[in-house]
Design a protein around this ligand. Structure first.
Ligand code: SAM
Length: 380
């Protein structure tokens, strides 16, 4: 860990001072106009949901899957028109900006510019595997000016949903034995949520953080992320810890302002919701934390106020060691020390994925579930 930390991303914040957002605190958006989101839809993942590989719009003319893709796209556009005109779903969002500074691998969020009252901490994880010459061991905290630099920096956060009402409509189709339309409408709610995240991020760069007021990018360039700044989502490779959503939701009072709830396993309900942090620095980028070692897990556990076992449970997919084996070794030595002790049960090493799937909320619309359901109705 010391080596990884010594190889952190080094940004000269004094040379590229952070921009101050146009407002500090939160701003919510109720009943956002769905029509505004349609042009921001990235259709390529829509086809992936139906296991049709290829980029949109080229996929429509693909010699192998073009015909199926066109028919699906035709149905989708027709339903999308009705969704917008008849307001099937409600789109809501909340965004917020706060003064923030890095504190080691954490990000301290302050109540105001005095930077004396800390109202939240975002914990980040650092890439730990050895890097090639010239590559860094990044953590998201590297993209925020450290408190010791004396540079005033900021962080943003958002929760958007396009799924308020989606379950009701999807169930209506299902009860009418129209599983195809039920899945289609959920897939479209999911597309609208991603489009909303894209649209809101664009507005953040132009109006709300306003560090790129003159930006003008095509939908394609937005999909290719040709803009300044990133919006990493907890549970994604740069921060695989889903529990960070709890901090994000609390800061934004997101459950009250958007109607999006966090489940026990920190999945969002409705499924057609997106959340994340905003980083504005031009040198910020997406990365994958990759596998991490026990020393970082122990330190992270202490920072989060967790036991090491708790940290290993939440970070199971990124551990570079097998805690269950260590657990059985511990159990063995315990048994040897106390031969009358009954054997402890050992957690299977790879049950994290199964637990994750079980933990999805009812009616979950993640790509995996949609693919299963699509198979069940034989569509696509
Ligand atoms: N155009 C895509 C769509 O409509 O489905 C956008 C969604 S895709 C899941 C991209 C988003 O995932 C990013 O905006 C970011 O929130 C998240 N993301 C991607 N790579 C990430 C990474 N390495 N770490 C954290 N978040 C990541």
């Amino acid at each position: 860990m010391p080596d990884a930390r010594a190889n952190a991303v080094r940004i000269d914040f004094a040379r590229t001072p952070p921009d101050k957002p146009a407002f500090l605190g939160t701003k919510s958006f109720t009943d956002y106009d769905l029509a505004e989101l349609v042009d921001y839809i990235d259709w390529t993942p829509f086809f992936q949901t139906w296991e049709l590989a290829g980029r949109f719009p080229a996929i429509l003319d693909d010699p192998k899957v073009g015909e199926v893709a066109r028919s699906l796209y035709d149905d989708a556009r027709k339903m999308l028109e009705r969704i917008v005109a008849e307001r099937w779903f409600k789109a809501q969002a909340v965004i917020g900006f706060w003064p923030a500074n890095a504190d080691g691998d954490d990000i301290a969020v302050y109540a105001d510019e005095a930077r004396e009252t800390q109202i939240a901490t975002f914990h980040t994880l650092r890439q730990q595997l050895e890097k090639r010459e010239g590559r860094f061991n990044a953590a998201l905290s590297d993209f925020i000016a450290p408190a010791s630099s004396g540079v005033a920096d900021y962080i943003g956060a958002f929760v958007v949903t396009a799924g308020i009402g989606e379950d009701l409509i999807a169930d209506r189709f299902k009860n009418a034995n129209d599983d195809y339309s039920s899945i289609l409408c959920k897939a479209l709610a999911d597309r609208l949520a991603e489009a909303f995240a894209e649209r809101m991020h664009t507005r953040v760069r132009r109006e709300f953080w306003a560090y790129a007021p003159d930006e003008s990018l095509s939908t394609e360039d937005l999909i290719l992320e040709k803009y300044r700044g990133i919006r990493p989502a907890p549970g994604y490779p740069a921060q695989p810890d889903h529990t960070e959503k709890k901090t994000l939701f609390a800061l934004l009072d997101a459950e009250n302002s958007t109607g999006v709830k966090l489940t026990e396993s920190f999945a969002m309900w409705p499924g057609s919701s997106v959340s994340g942090l905003y980083f504005s620095h031009p040198e910020s980028y997406y990365f994958g934390v990759g596998k991490i070692e026990r020393d970082q897990v122990e330190e992270y556990a202490a920072r989060k106020g967790w036991s090491v076992q708790e940290a290993e449970r939440w970070l199971a997919p990124v551990l570079n060691y097998i805690p269950s084996q260590d657990q059985s070794a511990q159990d063995r030595s315990l048994r040897e020390a106390m031969p009358t002790q009954p054997p402890s049960s050992v957690v299977p090493a790879n049950d994290a994925e199964a637990r994750e799937l079980d933990a999805h909320p009812p009616g979950c619309t993640c790509a995996m579930h949609l693919a299963y359901r699509k198979k069940a109705v034989g569509a696509g």
